[in-house]
Write a new protein. Structure first.
Length: 82
């Protein structure tokens, strides 16, 4: 899923710099153990100039299927710029 999202959104014009930073940081943490992801993500965002980002919402459980996630990624890619 990570590789598919990276391919699909590789040319996406991010509307919010912090969203782009989160996306790039998540892609760069592919070798991080799940229990270390939160601290690695915070460290990466700090290095990119976003030290005070609240990320708890990213770690809340969800019930989205892979198909729904793929649909949402495609919808984002084809959305009109703000």
């Amino acid at each position: 899923a990570r590789e598919a999202a990276a391919r699909t959104l590789s040319q996406y014009a991010w509307r919010e710099p912090v969203h782009q930073a989160i996306f790039k940081c998540l892609l760069s943490t592919h070798r991080v153990k799940p229990e270390d992801l939160r601290s690695e993500l915070l460290a990466c965002l700090t290095r990119k100039g976003f030290p005070d980002i609240e990320l708890e919402f990213l770690f809340e459980p969800h019930t989205l299927s892979c198909q729904i996630v793929e649909q949402l990624i495609l919808r984002l890619k084809t959305s009109e710029p703000a």
